[in-house]
Design a binder for this molecule. Structure first.
Ligand code: 7PM
Length: 274
């Protein structure tokens, strides 16, 4: 299976690692826009050296309860970093159509939209380009999504939603080979829901497009281990490997080096080394 991201083409015979690059004032300690930008670019280069296949750049925190950021602020944060990563596959993590359009013009090869292109302008921004898109499921918004989420059957409901979004994207002119889906771990789901989605991740294979899984440092791992976000490396690597074993083609992670090492073992038993 091949996955088309603008001028990049990924062979999905092995899992890909997407490194998370948050360009928000809280991610790189010291003030000033310039030093923040330089620190973000340096961090991106580190993730690339560690073996990331794609870098996912985000300028707005999707943390529950986080303050919203204006289009201009988000552009000021992400565009200078995208400019510096020209020859590497970069994804833009945004739900704002204006940010998608500007990021595509600046050279990203993928849009990571936690709203699954439900906004008509977001759909147009991607359809008018050759970039790939990640369609993610979420319930509610970051302010409300952790209040009592309820599902009859979380796996079927998320699967049906993503199926509908694939069809909508295809009708808008986005080829299937440019689409990946993501069950959206932690976005309006309880621990029980998240575990069911991970346990049954293979069911999403029937949708016929690659699967992306984002479990890195998430609170479900904190609940299971009792560790705060800074101490969830082992749990994150375990979760990424389980996701890959159950069909994930791309894992979105903070800790690229540890994940790449874990996946080397997976790749070896899957025929990469005879
Ligand atoms: C606070 C809470 C900060 C949650 C950050 C987060 C995903 C994503 C995020 C995901 C895709 C995080 C999340 N998670 N995009 N963006 N899939 N496609 O842990 O699971 O990074 S934000």
């Amino acid at each position: 299976m091949f996955f088309h991201c603008d001028s990049f083409q990924f062979d999905l015979s092995r899992p890909l690692v997407m490194g998370i690059l948050n360009v928000t004032p809280d991610s790189f300690s010291d003030g000033g826009l310039h030093s923040q930008r330089d620190a973000a670019v340096a961090h991106a280069h580190q993730l690339i050296a560690e073996g990331a296949d794609i870098i996912d750049i985000g300028g707005e925190s999707t943390r529950p309860g986080a303050a919203p950021v204006s289009v201009q602020q988000e552009l000021d944060r992400v565009l200078p970093v995208i400019e510096k990563l020209q020859d590497f596959p970069v994804s833009i993590d945004t739900f704002k159509p204006e940010v998608m359009t500007a990021a595509i013009a600046t050279g990203v090869c993928m849009v990571n939209d936690i709203n699954a292109l439900l906004d008509a302008d977001a759909m147009k921004a991607v359809a008018n380009s050759c970039v790939a898109v990640c369609l993610m499921h979420k319930r509610g918004n970051p302010q409300t999504m952790q209040m009592q989420p309820e599902y009859q059957d979380v796996v079927s409901e998320v699967c049906e939603f993503l199926h509908a979004r694939i069809l909508a994207a295809e009708s808008a002119g986005i080829a299937r080979s440019r689409i990946v889906i993501d069950p959206g771990f932690g976005f309006g789901k309880t621990l029980v829901h998240n575990l069911a989605l991970l346990r049954e991740l293979e069911k999403f294979k029937q949708l016929g497009v690659p699967i992306l899984a984002g479990l890195s440092r998430k609170s479900m791992l904190g609940t299971l281990t009792g560790q705060d976000a800074a101490h969830r490396l082992s749990a994150s690597v375990a979760a990424a490997l389980i996701a890959v074993q159950r069909g994930a083609n791309i894992v979105r992670v903070h800790d690229v080096k540890a994940t790449v090492d874990a996946l080397k073992i997976w790749n070896a038993i899957n025929g990469e080394i005879q």
